[in-house]
Every structure is written in C-alpha cells, then in structure tokens.
Design a protein around this ligand. Structure first.
Ligand SMILES: Cc1cc2nc3c(=O)[nH]c(=O)nc-3n(C[C@H](O)[C@H](O)[C@H](O)COP(=O)(O)O)c2cc1C
Length: 203
C-alpha cells in the first residue's frame, strides 16, 4: 500500500515539506554575496544546490522567494559557494536567521572572512572549499528562482586534500534533511562503474 499525495489537493507548504523530506540528503551551499554598494557582506545556507554543468563548470542554487542572497547576486553578478562543513553547523544555522537586509550575517554571527581571488564577495575563512562564481543566468520558476553560477575559481584548503583530491572524511560536509534535521557523512561504500564490455562476461 502507498499513500498518495497530489500537489493540487494539498496545500503548497505540505507538499514542500514532503519534497524536502524525501529528496535527501541535500548538500548545503553556504552562499556569500555583497550588496550593490559593497557595504554589507551577506551569508546564507541554500540546500537546493547542485552541479548544473561540468564544462563550463556551473553550479546552481534555488532561492525560494526573493531573499537577500538572490537580490545581491542579481545586483552584483557574483557569489561564492562555501562548503558547509560539520564543525560549523550552528554558525550555518545562525546565518539562516532572517536578519534585516542591512545587517550582514558575517558580522551578526561573527564569521571570519577572507578575500576571494576572482570575485568581490568574501569567502568564509574557515570553510575548507570556496567556489567563486559569476552569474550565468537565473530562471524564475513559480515562487522560486534558480541561480546558475559559472565557477571561475575554486580554492580548497590543503588540509582536506589526500593525494591531491578532496577527501570526504576531511571535508566533513553537512547535509540538509527533512524538517529541521541535518546529516553528517555516514558509512562509505565504494563500487567501480561497470563498462558494458564487462557486463556480458559477468552475466
Ligand atoms: C540548512 C538550510 C538550508 C536552506 N536552504 C534554502 C534553500 O535552498 N533556498 C532558500 O530559499 N532558503 C533556504 N534556507 C533558508 C535561508 O537560508 C534563509 O531564508 C535565510 O535567511 C536567507 O538569507 P538571505 O535573506 O540573507 O538570503 C535554508 C536554511 C537552512 C538552515
């Protein structure tokens, strides 16, 4: 037996909660932006986040509603995705507070910045990975806006590299789950992809 849910027959908030409870775990982009006057540095987590294209490298996040991060990206054409790592769970959550527009979360929460190399918004100094992005496009979809950012520079802390590659045990990325739940990396499983030429020999 299954329980059926139709988006037309339950309220949008309930369907949103259903989607966020089943599309899990979601990586978290900790997005830093600057206001158009360059005065206020904004920082907010977005878990509707993924890779949109690999060549050119483009990442995407979704603003549900028109939030400060979205307005700043539209005004400046730039943002930084900082990877949300386990030690910063509470800080990340604090940056999701609906501070007034002129109150930047870096200052309000007490998060250290470091300059970016290719864009004006600062990086989160303590985040192990910063993806510096220029705005590629936005796509309005109902109550949401998908933001596509061309990754023009990636800065990765040496501390999370093993043999030259980022290592998940060192990155310790957080995930957003349903409700107010957060996840951390659990058990790892490795499987090599199976080329079709090997498939028939196996079966
Ligand atoms: C872990 C986490 C993930 C979130 N993901 C999103 C998201 O994908 N899209 C969104 O619009 N809001 C998301 N939010 C809520 C925003 O972070 C929150 O509304 C924030 O205040 C927006 O800040 P801003 O107005 O400075 O852009 C998330 C909150 C948390 C705690």
């Amino acid at each position: 037996m299954r329980v059926d849910y139709s988006p037309g027959s339950i309220d949008p908030g309930s369907f949103y909660r259903l989607l966020t409870a089943v599309i899990v775990p979601r990586p978290i982009a900790w997005v830093s932006t600057l206001t158009a006057d360059g005065e206020t540095a904004n920082l907010a987590p977005h878990s509707f986040f993924t890779v949109a294209s690999t060549d050119p490298p483009v990442v995407q996040f979704t603003s549900v509603g028109r939030k400060d991060s979205l307005r700043n990206v539209e005004a400046t054409g730039e943002f930084v995705v900082n990877i949300a790592s386990e030690p910063f769970l509470d800080q990340i959550n604090e940056t999701a507070t609906d501070f007034p527009r002129d109150k930047g979360e870096f200052d309000a929460v007490g998060i250290g910045t470091e300059p970016s190399l290719r864009v004006k918004p600062p990086r989160v100094a303590s985040s192990p990975v910063a993806l510096e992005c220029t705005l590629h496009a936005t796509l309005g979809l109902g109550n949401s806006t998908v933001v596509f950012g061309r990754v023009v520079h990636a800065a990765v802390s040496e501390e999370v590299l093993v043999d030259g590659d980022p290592d998940i045990r060192r990155l310790r990325p957080l995930a957003r789950l349903g409700k107010n739940e957060w996840g951390t990396v659990g058990e790892l499983h490795e499987r090599a992809r199976i080329p079709y030429r090997d498939w028939e020999r196996r079966n």
